[in-house]
Design a protein around this ligand. Structure first.
Ligand code: OTU
Length: 651
């Protein structure tokens, strides 16, 4: 949009740019900046317009973008142009992701490069390497307490190792996803160290308070993220004689985005990793970016403005790079991270679908899909050019973050139901064979979340110990069912390393003093490659899980209706154990797929009449693409085995 104030400011900024910048070939930079400048200026003014140095800061912002654009390699600029032409490329069903720790997966970055063939074998072509930036020795929240945003943790390798890995992945058509921890730094970051020494400029990077007045005001409304290990949201610092805002662990200092210097620094760090070849950047804890006393300090309007501004600026410098919003918040809030009041995603193109994840675990525990159906129906629809990251397990705990109204709609009492889920997954519920642990138990609210490896939560650990082959079969079916859901639901499926091999809880973290307080480490294993080799040995659980998932992944890639183009319909059927939806292909009109899942351990009857009314099974037969079997559909019902699923296409 053209607007005089913004445009004349842009002209003056551009004519002031230093000769060393202007001498470069900046054609695409100028056209993109011209296109986005009105938005960038408006957002920056909404956030920082009150300041005397607003024009200067705006100037710095443009210069930062220009320098990052100049530093961007030609090969990456080519990719940007190609992705501009094919701007919905990431909605395609061919993408299948995995999140892994470089050290847990293969020792370090070099090890990851050496094990890319494993990922290939499984069909993975998007790899999220958990945080690799430099952290202090000792506790670092699994890499989320960064002390140098521009270097790689020496325990994992070097920038050169990353460059080699990136080149290798690119040559094999794999996407690289890296974390940028935008909300906080380690207390050992240079800014924090200088702040402690009294540097006023660095003190302004954080939220510091001389006494309890403001912290108390904040605390009245703020929840606690880690209530048992890091209670409260502030930490006293003796050296400065000040309270520091530390929403997560006490060694993670929250950045102060009221200061435009913080915004520009973090934007420049986003550019830095984009220019190192990341295709996708996972922005950590984005819901927390803006703190307002008296509010819960999550999902504030300004947090969205900051993300929009990150996006608008990144589109100028590196338009091919996507953002993932890591916002584990209520379903109605999470869709806002795609951008509000827009048609296309204008914040983050991808967001974690924590709602689906928790609902799937709810369906497993209850053997009922009442809440799953209610919860999915009530997820607000998302924008175009936006997609979900669908996952069953990740490196974090499982929180029961679905809406209370949905729980009520499903016929349960919210408090009692959430505590049932904790009992179930910690194995305290009589019929449960899950073996998780409670995480972040909050004495005040009674809330708890769940840690544990997927296979252990699905009952495989208990079954193997008992050497009970029926129970082993059942756990393996559960693991397949859950993955079949994230592969077909719509969005990018993100597997968690280890899960395709049925990796169980790993309690060795208890011997490490830097980890023992945080039981999320029980599901962040060090992969045992000897055990992984059993994926080739018929009959082993590793073989059974791996081959099944590899097959489903390969099938997904061949089914155009599984691309995420707002092409899903939920089907409400009169059976509380079934989850049934269909996917259609709006682009090529290839066949619809009806996904029918049975979350009960007993076989269930899928009623066909209501589906026939919607145009399915006209020929009387259907093909289950997942098993390559043709099924007769001319009767009243189709049988689905306990924890079974079908991917049905008209035959
Ligand atoms: C994120 O977590 C990371 O995924 C966690 O591993 C980090 O501990 C945390 O940020 C701090 O960097 O912020 O938006 O276990 O679900 O803290 C949600 C709790 C987050 C996580 C939550 C999450």
């Amino acid at each position: 949009m053209y607007e005089q104030i913004a445009h004349s400011l842009l002209n003056s900024i551009l004519s002031d740019l230093k000769e060393e910048i202007r001498q470069h070939q900046l054609q695409h930079f100028y056209t993109r900046l011209g296109a986005n400048f009105y938005a960038i200026h408006s957002l920056f003014r909404l956030l920082y317009g009150e300041r005397d140095d607003f024009a200067q800061q705006m100037h710095r912002l443009v210069e930062t973008m220009a320098r990052a654009y100049i530093a961007r390699a030609d090969a990456l600029k080519e990719i940007d142009l190609a992705r501009e032409r094919d701007h919905s490329w990431f909605l395609d069903q061919r993408w299948v992701g995995m999140a892994l720790y470089a050290d847990g997966f293969a020792g370090n970055l070099q090890g990851v490069a050496e094990h890319l063939d494993y990922l290939h074998e499984l069909g993975i072509n998007l790899v999220h390497i958990m945080p690799i930036m430099r952290c202090p020795p000792g506790s670092s929240d699994g890499g989320y307490a960064v002390c140098d945003f521009r270097d790689i943790d020496p325990r994992l390798g070097t920038l050169d190792d990353l460059a080699r890995l990136e080149a290798q992945m690119r040559a094999q058509g794999m996407l690289l996803t890296l974390d940028v921890v935008v909300n906080h730094t380690s207390d050992q970051h240079e800014w924090a160290q200088r702040a402690r020494q009294g540097d006023a400029i660095c003190q302004d990077y954080y939220h510091l308070f001389p006494n309890r007045e403001m912290p108390d005001m904040y605390e009245a409304a703020m929840p606690e993220v880690f209530p048992d290990t890091s209670p409260g949201n502030f930490t006293w610092n003796e050296e400065m004689g000040k309270w520091v805002m530390t929403v997560f662990n006490n060694y993670q200092w929250d950045l102060n985005y009221r200061n435009p210097a913080v915004f520009i620094e973090m934007l420049d760090i986003i550019f830095y990793w984009a220019n190192r070849g990341a295709d996708v950047l996972r922005l950590d804890a984005v819901a927390f970016l803006w703190k307002r006393p008296g509010s819960v300090c999550q999902n504030e309007r300004e947090a969205h403005l900051i993300l929009q501004l990150f996006k608008d600026c990144c589109q100028v410098v590196a338009p091919g790079v996507l953002f993932i919003a890591e916002a584990i918040v209520a379903p109605t809030e999470v869709v806002k991270y795609f951008g509000e009041d827009a048609i296309n995603a204008k914040e983050c193109e991808i967001a974690y679908n924590a709602t689906l994840m928790a609902l799937l675990w709810d369906a497993v525990a209850t053997q009922r899909t009442l809440l799953l159906n209610a919860g999915i129906r009530n997820i607000p629809s998302k924008l175009e050019r936006a997609t979900w990251l669908n996952y069953v397990r990740c490196h974090d705990d499982i929180g029961w973050g679905f809406a209370d109204e949905d729980i009520i709609q499903a016929g349960y009492d919210p408090r009692a139901h959430r505590s049932f889920l904790v009992d179930y997954y910690t194995g305290h519920f009589p019929a449960s064979n899950a073996r998780g642990q409670a995480f972040a138990f909050n004495k005040r609210t009674g809330d708890a979340r769940i840690s544990g490896a997927l296979a252990s939560l699905a009952g495989l650990e208990v079954a193997l110990e008992a050497n009970d082959s029926a129970a082993i079969d059942s756990a393996i079916r559960t693991i397949q069912l859950l993955h079949a859901m994230i592969l077909s639901f719509g969005g990018i499926p993100l597997l968690f390393y280890g899960d395709a091999l049925g990796t169980l809880n790993d309690c060795s973290y208890l011997e490490d003093a830097d980890k023992s307080m945080d039981n999320r480490w029980m599901h962040r294993p060090r992969l045992d490659w000897e055990r992984a080799a059993r994926r080739r040995q018929a009959g082993t659980p590793e073989f059974r899980i791996f081959t099944a998932l590899r097959r489903l992944i390969a099938l997904r890639k061949e089914i155009p209706a599984f691309a995420d183009l707002n092409n899903r319909e939920l089907h409400a059927l009169d059976n509380p154990a079934l989850f049934v939806f269909s996917r259609f292909d709006p682009r090529h009109g290839s066949p619809r797929i009806l996904v029918a899942a049975n979350f009960s351990l007993e076989a269930q009857a899928l009623p066909l009449a209501p589906l026939r009314q919607q145009g399915f099974f006209r020929s009387g037969n259907a093909r289950d693409v997942s098993s390559e079997e043709t099924l007769r559909c001319d009767g009243d019902y189709l049988n689905i085995a306990g924890h079974g699923f079908l991917w049905l296409r008209d035959a």
